[in-house]
Design a protein around this ligand. Structure first.
Ligand SMILES: *[C@@H]1O[C@H](CO)[C@@H](O)[C@H](O)[C@H]1NC(C)=O
Ligand SMILES: *[C@@H]1O[C@H](CO)[C@@H](O)[C@H](O)[C@H]1NC(C)=O
Ligand SMILES: *[C@@H]1O[C@H](CO)[C@@H](O)[C@H](O)[C@H]1NC(C)=O
Ligand SMILES: *[C@@H]1O[C@H](CO)[C@@H](O)[C@H](O)[C@H]1NC(C)=O
Length: 191
């Protein structure tokens, strides 16, 4: 009987220690995840959607549309199902005609019938004296929000292995042909 008691006591102590070890492991993992901003950047990019008449100036084109739509006009039902590919100039200020520092290249599609929202996957490809390399972005873009956060999922060159958050803001738009996005990039992993 006494042996049994000391056995269960030992098990209790063991469990107690186990809990504490777990606690310390979780604690130190949290410490490793501490966040430090390592770089901030701000750019604009300009999207001119092909509308059947602006082939010369267009920087993006509808390449996929549902049965009720077409490739020259974003469709009804909040553009649901439209897929657009773009190669947009990136500028340091909000002027479309400023010298570009790179290109924003990728796609967006509209993914909800009930509200106006899209999903973005693209890269900033830099080739200026200031920046060389690329930054890759992905995430949901709920367009009705004044600001939208998407993920910075990686990079190359000056932005090797980078990660962070990019805050998007629609800076201007003209009908459904031109819009300008402001991008505030906050990097938390820099190499
Ligand atoms: C193309 O852009 C130029 C300069 O912004 C503008 O003058 C011209 O009207 C545009 N052409 C078309 C077809 O949109
Ligand atoms: C595309 O659809 C719009 C209506 O959404 C229509 O006005 C336009 O004529 C269509 N264009 C073509 C090329 O079918
Ligand atoms: C980058 O810029 C340099 C110098 O202007 C040019 O020689 C090179 O072809 C450019 N590369 C790309 C990928 O645009
Ligand atoms: C939408 O905006 C609100 C406040 O402006 C913010 O808290 C929220 O995170 C945003 N949602 C997304 C998905 O970015």
């Amino acid at each position: 009987m006494a042996a049994k008691k000391s056995n269960s006591m030992a098990i209790l102590i063991f469990l107690f220690l186990l809990c504490h070890i777990n606690f310390f492991v979780v604690e130190s993992a949290n410490k490793i995840r501490a966040r430090h901003l390592c770089k901030t950047l701000m750019f604009y990019f300009h999207d001119i959607i092909y509308n059947g008449e602006n082939a010369k100036n267009a920087t993006s084109a509808i390449v996929g549309a549902p049965a009720w739509g077409n490739f020259t006009k974003l469709g009804g039902k909040n553009h649901f199902g439209d897929l657009v590919i773009f190669d947009d100039p990136i500028t340091l200020d909000n002027n479309l005609h400023s010298t570009p520092v790179g290109r924003a290249q990728g796609f967006y599609f509209y993914d909800k019938k009930e509200i106006f929202t899209s999903w973005l996957g693209f890269s900033f490809v830099f080739n200026s004296t200031e920046h060389k390399g690329s930054i890759n972005f992905a995430g949901a873009d709920p367009l009705m929000n004044k600001t939208r956060d998407i993920s910075v999922i990686g990079g190359t060159g000056d932005f090797f292995m980078t990660r962070g958050i990019a805050t998007l803001m629609t800076d201007a738009f003209e009908g459904e042909v031109y819009f300008r996005l402001r991008v505030d990039i906050k990097l938390y992993e820099c190499w």
